[in-house]
Design a protein around this ligand. Sequence first.
Ligand code: ACO
Length: 428
Amino acid sequence: MADTLTVTDNRNGKTYEIPIRDGAISAIELRKIKTSEDDFGLMSYDPAYLNTASCRSSVTYIDGDKGILRYRGYPIEQLAEKATFLECAQLLLEGELPSKSRHDQFVHEVMHHTFVHENVKRFMEGFRYDANPMSMFISAVAALSSFYPEANEVEDPAVRHRQIVRLIAKVPTLAAYSYRHSQGLPYVYPSNELSYTGNFLAMVFKMSEMKYVPNPTLERAFDVLFILHADHEQNCSTSTMRQIGSSRVDPYSALAGAAAALYGPLHGGANAEVLYMLEKIGKKENVPDFIKKVKSKDAMLMGFGHRVYRNYDPRAKIIKKLAHEVFQVTGTNPLLEIAMELERIALEEEYFISRKLYPNVDFYSGLIYQAMRFPVDFFPVLFAIGRTVGWLAQWQEMLQDKEQKIARPRQIYTGPDKRDYVAMGGRG
Ligand code: ACO
């Protein structure tokens, strides 16, 4: 049997044979389907990319129906249990788990790029006292571009590597500064002798103590959280990173755009929306009424549903377990009870079953962040630290992919035909 698709154009009876490769047809093949020489040819129409693969990628594999997530072939459950975040970062960026010496070198490189220029600090000081941390983070990442002019040499692997290391190293610093700023607290400089996540906790929570010692459970919890958020193939923000990067702009500018996409309430902003929702529900007894509102489309169950998963998000399972470990240190988040009741009822309801709506990564992560005393508007920033690695891995893959060009979709024009200009006095 041939791996082709035979298409008959019923407008003129012509038949075309279109190759099928990896379960897909190339949209450009459709262009051959024309009714006349000056016909542009057929296009595919796919708003929101519901059924369009925009690239070939070997970074992350998802089977949404089975609830499977793998980085470079490794199941997320194994990585979350056994690896550190920086080990995962190398796996995503380089394709393989690193040897001890390669890993030590990478950790050294990252931990020696954690400082930001003093002017970045001053730049951040310029934000209003109540500025949203995610706005500050996005702006500060974009501002880094002005500090590293060589970064626009994106085709040079050595230059690229330097910016990748810088970004992974500096995003926790920018994130922590945005937190300290919003709390009116002095910024804390990085400590290179701590682990990646231990240093982050120090920059966020250090007060007057001479030496900040991170709590090992929370330090490990952040490793797991960053691993779980590190990549998720062609999601909204990653596609944004690839799309902006396709113009060959520097990675700081592209990553600021990706972070902006993440900020939205339907994407990385959903973890904050879950908290607002749980606070609004208030108590367990109000859950059935809230579910009724969701079913009548008067409310959304935030943290539920996913474009790709039609099963329980495997990250949500790991986070739910992690929440119990974190609560042993921080004390239980009282909203957990409401969340678990919501999940219990939702998973039994026809509305959710028929639409295959299950908890996603954001459903429980906010509860952990809140128990750690992070303000809700800081949650998307925490997501962005982990996802930075995925954005960079995908950006690098896009640059090395010979099939990729500047991203430029087509449109179906629905506006008026040509018409002549009417002077202002003659308009109706
Ligand atoms: N609550 C209630 N109903 C929902 C929800 C939800 N959270 N999600 C989807 N639905 C319903 C839709 O109304 C629709 O119903 P209909 O068939 O009666 O019209 C049906 O389920 C299909 O949903 P779509 O909106 O078509 O699904 P889509 O793939 O476009 O959206 C999305 C996915 C954006 C994640 C959506 O489920 C959503 O908004 N969820 C809440 C926000 C959220 O948690 N986002 C985080 C996603 S994970 C991440 O970005 C890290």
